[in-house]
Each structure stands twice: as C-alpha cells, then as structure tokens.
Design a protein around this ligand. Structure first.
Ligand SMILES: Nc1ncnc2c1ncn2[C@@H]1O[C@H](COP(=O)(O)OP(=O)(O)O)[C@@H](O)[C@H]1O
Ligand SMILES: N[C@@H](CCC(=O)OP(=O)(O)O)C(=O)O
Length: 363
C-alpha cells in the first residue's frame, strides 16, 4: 500500500508550544513498522514555524508573512534534523522535498517532483515534504498542509491519505465549541452538509482546522484515494489504519483511480473559468467532446496555455476541468468563432480545440 501520512502542528506539538520529542519518536516507530511490512510511506509534515519559534527562544509573535518565513527557515532545519535522526534510529533514510503550488501547476516541475518521489520510494527512502514557506507568498502557495497532502496523494497515486490531527476525527460540530458533538465514522461523499460541519483551526498553531481537511478529503477522494482523519495521539495510528481498523473518520473514494495525467489535472489549482454555451455544454457533458472556441461565451481569469481551467455550463454548474491550449487573452478573442478562423485572428494556431478531450476530466 502506498500511504501519504500528514502530520499537523497540533500532533507534533502534542498541544504544547514546542515539538514534542516523545510524540515524534512514537510516530517514527509507527512509520518504520509499516515500512518494514513493505508499505510505502510519504510524509507531509507541518511544524517548521513552531520549531523555528522554539529555536529562537520564543520571541513575541508578530504574525506577519516575513516573520512566518523567517521562523520556517530556521525551523525547517530543526524539524528535518529531528526526522533524520529518528529515521536513522529505525534504520530509515529520510529525504526532504519543499514544494509549493507552482510545483503542481507547471507540468515540468510536477513531473520532476514525481520522479524524485518515485526515486525515493523505489529505494526505500522516506520522503518528508513541507510547503516551501520561505518563498511561498499568497499567489504561489498551496497555503495549508492538508491541501498539500491531497496534492501529494494525487501526485503519487496514493492508496490512502491519512491525516493525523488533535481531534479524534470529523465531528458533527467543532468539539471544542460543542461538547455534545459526536464522531462521524464514515463520509460517503463530501456534500454541502459535510462542509457545513467544519470549523476553523483548534489552536493558534494549526492552519485551517477541519475546513482544509475536508477540502483535502474532497480533492483526494475525487481522484480515487480514500482519506482517513484520525487522532494523532492514538498509539500506532498509521499501522492500525493501514490494517483496516476503523479509526477516526473515513472518507470513501468517490471514483476509481484516475490515470496519472487526469489526476494531475484535478490536483492543479484551476487558474480560470470558461463559460460555455448550451450546445458546447451538452457536447462536453454527454459526448465527452473536446471544447471548441465556438462554444465559449465568456473567459474569466488570467491563465497561460497549459494551465487548468474550469468548464462551466450556462447555469454555472461545473462540468469538468481541463488543460487549455490557448492563453486567456487568446480565448477572449476566439470565443464564439469557428476553429478555422483561429489562425486569422491570432496569427498562429495550436489546433482546433480550446480544451482537447484528452486533457479534460469530467466531474
Ligand atoms: N467538525 C469538526 N470536527 C472535528 N474537529 C473540528 C471540527 N471543526 C473544527 N475542528 C477543529 O479542527 C482542529 C484541527 O485542525 P488544526 O488546528 O488546523 O490542526 P492541524 O495542526 O492538525 O492541522 C481541531 O482541534 C478542532 O477543534
Ligand atoms: N508549513 C507550515 C504548516 C502549515 C499548516 O498547514 O499547518 P497545520 O495546520 O498544522 O498542518 C509549517 O511547517 O509550519
């Protein structure tokens, strides 16, 4: 089994202000045990900012981007030092990958990241991934490690994404606010009702709370990977979930595993929206046809050739996502025109289709 394990700050600190070493030992022992049984583990870890804060002697927090980047720069080294030493204790080698949104958006970078990850797994190395906070400003960052872990799960075609946190799973309401809330053991589909259950982060240390975990569950399950949200303080949580024990909340995969290219399209952050006319919406939805410029009524956003865009029916319903063959400004000029006019309008052509059916994933 190929498993992506996401460890939140809340788990790594065990509710304290610093990385909780005994907790890290337990987690690494769990990882090593699962690894020793032939499973592949990819670790997505938070905790750099907290580790940096600890390393600098807990200075008063400013909560600016510059401060977060500084703390992450200091803390990432501390975090990796701990992981590398602990992995060593259990006879494992750790590798570090610092990724950000562009690494999933740009095909070449995506393929390189995937090659490195496959290389690690092929050699039995434990990849340890965090967002590259030191360079990630709003425009290019994934923003939270729950979503990052779902992107990574899609990247490697994981059989399971396990998100460990400081809550026992998804509750009917934020258990910190509502003592009567109860655990939801299985979520068959991420519906608006499920979204409504999510509250924000449980502490000042965590990012996103249950909201980003549900978002992660939606991204991964849609690409065919089941997701479990489970308590990080449960002994041997990874081994137990891998063995099929019902721990925390399981989100069932909503589809079959998509081929790698389609997973990439879904994993990517959509850069723009194409509003189709009735005929085009019907052709795309019912026949899985390519989208021609003639069927585009409106183009929203700023995107380049090769970026992912959402395809919307006239009523606003999202039909699917695909890679566009033309940049946003080109499509604004081509919308409503026959494909034979493309060369005359632009002075060049990348083919008849705005989004080719091979590059299109219907939802
Ligand atoms: N419906 C819910 N069920 C469970 N936990 C929830 C819910 N809504 C909000 N939360 C909060 O989400 C927190 C976990 O997210 P977060 O603080 O970001 O942790 P992490 O560092 O693990 O990502 C929990 O401590 C909990 O208070
Ligand atoms: N990249 C940041 C963590 C961001 C994040 O999503 O944190 P968390 O909600 O604790 O998983 C760090 O290493 O501190």
């Amino acid at each position: 089994m190929r498993v992506v394990l996401k460890l939140g700050t809340s788990v790594l600190t065990a509710g304290t202000d610093r990385l909780h070493r005994p907790r890290l030992v337990d987690l690494m022992r769990d990882i090593a045990a699962v690894h020793a049984r032939g499973h592949e583990v990819v670790l997505v870890t938070s905790g750099a900012v907290t580790a940096g804060w600890e390393a600098l002697g807990f200075p008063p927090r400013e909560r600016t981007l510059a401060e977060k980047q500084l703390l992450a720069a200091v803390g990432q080294v501390q975090l990796m030092h701990l992981y590398a030493s602990l992995a060593d204790l259990y006879g494992l080698r750790a590798a570090q990958l610092l990724l950000t949104a562009d690494d999933f958006r740009e095909r070449t970078r995506y393929l390189n990241a995937r090659t490195t990850l496959e290389g690690c797994l092929g050699r039995g190395v434990l990849p340890v991934i965090n967002e590259n906070d030191t360079v990630a400003v709003d425009q290019i960052k994934v923003g939270d490690n729950d979503t990052l872990s779902a992107f990574v799960a899609n990247l490697v075609g994981a059989d399971l994404l396990l998100i460990l946190t400081d809550a026992p799973g998804l509750y009917t309401a934020d258990p910190r606010m509502d003592p009567g809330a109860t655990l939801i053991p299985v979520v068959e589909r991420v519906t608006p009702e499920v979204w409504a259950l999510a509250g924000g982060a449980g502490s000042h240390r965590g990012t996103g709370g249950m909201h980003t975990k549900i978002q992660a569950a939606e991204i991964a399950t849609r690409a065919g990977t089941p997701v479990v949200i489970a308590p990080g303080d449960a002994p041997e949580a990874l081994r137990r979930v891998v063995d099929g024990e019902a721990l925390g909340t399981r989100f069932l995969a909503s589809g079959t595993r998509l081929e790698a290219r389609k997973r990439w399209i879904l994993a990517e952050i959509a850069q723009g929206r194409l509003l189709l006319d009735d005929g085009a919406a019907q052709a795309v939805r019912e026949r899985g046809s390519s989208l021609l410029p003639a069927g585009i009524r409106q183009v929203e956003g700023d995107f380049e050739r090769g970026h992912t865009v959402r395809l919307l029916a006239p009523d606003g319903q999202e039909l699917g996502r695909g890679l566009t063959r033309y940049r946003a400004d080109d499509l604004r000029r081509l919308g409503g025109h026959h494909s034979r006019e493309i060369e005359g309008l632009l002075g060049y052509t990348y083919g008849d289709e705005a989004v080719h059916r091979d590059d299109l994933v219907l939802l």
